[in-house]
Design a binder for this molecule. Structure first.
Ligand SMILES: Cc1ncc(COP(=O)(O)O)c(C=O)c1O
Length: 464
């Protein structure tokens, strides 16, 4: 049995970090009095405590202790232009100053312009906006179940579609059963949900064929990321996504591409176009919103019609759907990406390739058998995202979340917890070992990331 224990090492790093960041430590003690675990998003709640950020610009965030932290998390992969870019802050500031931005509760022309952009850039017929990726995937599943009159939702084990009932099945491997994702992730879910979600293996065409052959007539939809994010930044094989399209169509199920991360990350539009695959529905958020809370469900007009009057699917919107400031940011961002597509994507992709190579080489030079995921395949072409894994078998193929997230296969704690803390001591912030690159990053930042990885690795070795 593999499974390394890093408890002692983490204790030593935590003590160093406490000395490094006394103000953030104090702020955390206060936070714990009011906020569960000191915050409101699990991935931000670095242990023993996260840096408390007071400002951010471009590639950097500054914490209360005055550290200028080189950030590769970049707003949960949303910030393709870096933190607080002038391209977005200036029009927002101008709008607020002129009496536009917080008057939610109405329709306006801006919403139409943003909808037109989403439809045109993603090849969708209709769109409806909401305020988070979780809500978008939930509504997409509701639409698919409503449209098909079927109940089963097929997803990928290890795929994260946000905190909504059908998304809260099969995110982490089942405890005690490292082969299976088939379980509910949360207490409090309706009992039926765990049985209504069928977990499959990413990039496994044979498994898709088998599950469709057995249950095809009951499957409402297959929800899948064209490039899986939290499951390890692995691109879908073109043959796999083509098979997903063919099998869903053959069995009368809907294909939903969750592009909350992938949308506008690899091109100024949907990643599905890079595969030549047209899903029935797709969800977008993150990059599209330019750092503001905005998400969209987009796709076929006949399916989307169910969200409308008399359609029967209660996707009636929320208080903050089409929030004016979010719409303004989304329009600004999408126009900017479309206008500068030819410069932005080659640039962030080349930085992504350099960062993956640099991190991997730096960690290996210090004796850690690290692998960087996030490499593109021929369909994706280039990639500005990445994660680090430490496979116990250094030569293992990394193609599905099972390999990335299984503590029996990879040293997950070393990648997600130890390396993150050791890098924070170098004033570098990563999530799952790396994160995403933006136009605010440069080759100098990538070089610094490499140096920080080497220093972090040496620190880890010394603390062992
Ligand atoms: C692929 C994917 N879908 C859905 C979500 C949920 O989005 P949100 O956090 O905006 O609710 C996420 C969030 O990281 C995601 O990565």
């Amino acid at each position: 049995m593999n499974h390394a224990n890093h408890e002692k090492l983490l204790k030593k790093l935590a003590a160093e970090y406490e000395r490094h960041s006394p103000r953030s430590a104090a702020a955390n003690r206060e936070a714990l009095r009011y906020l569960v675990d000191g915050g409101s998003h699990a991935l931000r709640l670095i242990r023993p405590f996260p840096p408390r950020i007071s400002s951010a610009s471009g590639a950097f965030v500054t914490d209360e202790d005055g550290h200028r932290i080189l950030d590769f998390w970049q707003g949960h992969y949303a910030n393709v232009l870096g933190h607080n870019p002038a391209e977005l802050t200036e029009p927002l500031a101008k709008a607020f100053a002129s009496g536009f931005g917080l008057q939610t509760g109405f329709t306006d022309r801006l919403q139409v312009e943003v909808a037109e952009l989403v439809c045109r850039l993603t090849g969708s017929e209709r769109v409806r906006f909401t305020s988070s990726g979780s809500l978008a995937t939930m509504y997409a599943v509701l639409l698919a179940r409503g449209f098909t009159g079927r109940e089963l939702v097929m997803k990928v084990g290890g795929g994260w579609h946000g905190g909504q009932p059908w998304g809260l099945v099969g995110v982490d491997l089942k405890e005690g059963d490292h082969a299976s994702y088939q379980h509910a992730e949360s207490k409090g879910l309706p009992g039926a949900v765990a049985d209504e979600v069928v977990c499959t293996r990413y990039n496994d065409v044979a498994m898709l064929e088998r599950v469709f052959a057995e249950n095809g007539a009951r499957i409402a939809c297959f929800i899948v990321e064209p490039v899986i994010g939290s499951g390890g930044f692995l691109p879908g094989d073109p043959a796999y996504l083509a098979a997903a399209r063919e099998l869903t169509a053959k069995h009368g199920s809907l294909l939903i591409f969750d592009e909350v991360i992938a949308g506008f990350r690899f091109r100024a539009g949907a990643a599905s176009a890079l595969y030549g695959v047209s899903p029935d529905l797709a969800t977008f958020a993150k990059v599209m919103g330019g750092g503001m809370p905005v998400a969209a469900v987009a796709g076929r007009a006949d399916v989307m019609a169910l969200a409308g009057r008399g359609g029967g699917v209660k996707f009636s919107g929320g208080t903050y759907s089409c929030h004016p400031a979010s719409m303004l940011a989304a329009r600004t961002m999408m126009r900017h990406l479309a206008a500068h597509e030819a410069e932005i994507y080659p640039y962030i992709n080349s930085l992504g390739a350099a960062a993956r190579k640099t991190v991997q080489e730096a960690l290996r030079a210090e004796g850690f058998a690290a692998r960087c995921t996030g490499d593109p395949n021929p369909a994706i072409g280039g990639s500005s995202v990445g994660a680090v894994v430490f496979p116990y078998n250094g030569s293992a193929m990394i193609a599905s979340p099972e390999q990335v997230r299984d503590p029996e296969t990879c040293d997950v704690e070393l990648a997600d917890t130890v390396l993150q803390l050791a890098l924070l001591l170098e004033d570098v912030h990563v999530v799952h070992g790396l994160g995403s690159l933006s136009t605010a990053h440069t080759a100098v930042h990538v070089e610094r990331l490499g140096e920080a990885c080497r220093a972090a690795a040496r620190r880890i070795k010394a603390a062992r």
